[in-house]
Design a protein around this ligand. Structure first.
Ligand code: 2NE
Length: 271
């Protein structure tokens, strides 16, 4: 794939090719742990990919073969979140990024080589699909390092692997290899490390051949099953989008603009 860098960032690499956007966490010296600045950049890149109508799928990955992401950077963890050099506030902005992945109407695929640990493990879970290399290792560390993610990190994990397994993963903080992760429904497939990107891009290409509106509505519907009112809002937003595209909705808008009574009688009252 002929990736083209689209914007310069400090902590991430952001590229596009063939309708695919790729966000790479680029802090291999700390196993791609994120600081608030890294997360701000990922939020920025994902927003760009969402707004770009040429882009249909987004890959989230980590630089190098040793780690996808090792979670929050513990060396700059303050007393109320992660230290942000810019604002002076301690922050936990990765929760915003989790929601952005979740509500992005385009599929986000985690491409995992090496460790997906702690908050990095939650990031791969938030993605629609996870393609793992044979060297991938998954797990949470929160109760070991004085942290936890009781949001999607707990509840969505339980949706993926069941309540018993989710409790095991969080309470014991063990590490699981790629095959174990596949067996428990945490990931979609395992491939040899050297085939990781090729296979991920193949999955992207297959998705790109499909109807974007159908994919959008399916993502919203699958989210809605877990996400309560915010999930319903997303699904309903897609319904409103489709409705706006109809002549029936446009009649309402046109009548208002033309200062006349709308004529909805010409539209069928479907069974
Ligand atoms: C990831 C893991 C298992 C890798 O182990 P290994 O043996 O391959 O590498 P090593 O030597 O531990 O790490 C290499 C370098 O990366 C740093 C290390 O400190 C080391 O640097 P030096 O000390 O040699 O200079 N590094 C690795 N992970 C880091 C991190 N997260 N922050 C800062 N530096 C890190 C092993 O490194 C590991 O277990 N890492 C810690 C994983 C962890 O506990 N993450 C935080 C979980 S909490 C969280 O992410 C979170 C949350 O729970 C809720 C909300 C938001 C975030």
């Amino acid at each position: 794939v002929d990736w083209k860098k689209v914007k310069e960032f400090e902590d991430i690499i952001y590229e596009k090719a063939e309708g695919i956007a790729k966000i790479t966490i680029n802090r291999p010296q700390v196993r791609n742990a994120f600081r608030p600045h890294t997360v701000d950049e990922m939020i920025d890149a994902l927003a760009d990919a969402r707004m770009d109508s040429e882009i249909g799928v987004i890959i989230l990955t980590g630089q190098g073969e040793k780690a996808f992401c090792s979670g929050g950077d513990q060396k700059i963890r303050g007393d109320a979140g992660y230290k942000d050099g810019g604002s002076g506030h301690d922050r936990l902005n990765v929760l915003d990024f989790q929601r952005d992945i979740r509500t992005c109407p385009k599929p986000v695929i985690a491409m995992v080589a090496g460790y997906a640990i702690g908050g990095g493990h939650v990031l791969h879970m938030m993605c629609d699909l996870t393609i793992a290399a044979e060297n991938a290792i998954f797990g949470q560390t929160g109760p070991k390092v004085g942290s936890f993610d009781g949001g999607y990190g707990a509840s969505y994990m339980a949706r993926l692997v069941g309540q018993k397994k989710a409790r095991e993963i969080w309470y014991l903080c063990r590490q699981y290899n790629a095959q174990q992760a596949l067996d428990m429904g945490l990931i979609n497939t395992v491939v040899p490390l050297e085939k990781l990107e090729e296979e991920t891009v193949q999955w992207c290409r297959e998705i790109l051949e499909k109807s974007p509106l159908a994919i959008r509505c399916l993502k919203a519907a699958l989210n809605a099953d877990c996400d309560g009112q915010s999930g319903l809002q997303e699904l309903a937003g897609s319904a409103t989008l489709l409705y706006y595209m109809s002549e029936e909705a446009q009649e309402g808008r046109n009548a208002f603009v033309e200062k006349r009574k709308p004529d909805f009688n010409k539209f069928p009252r479907r069974p």
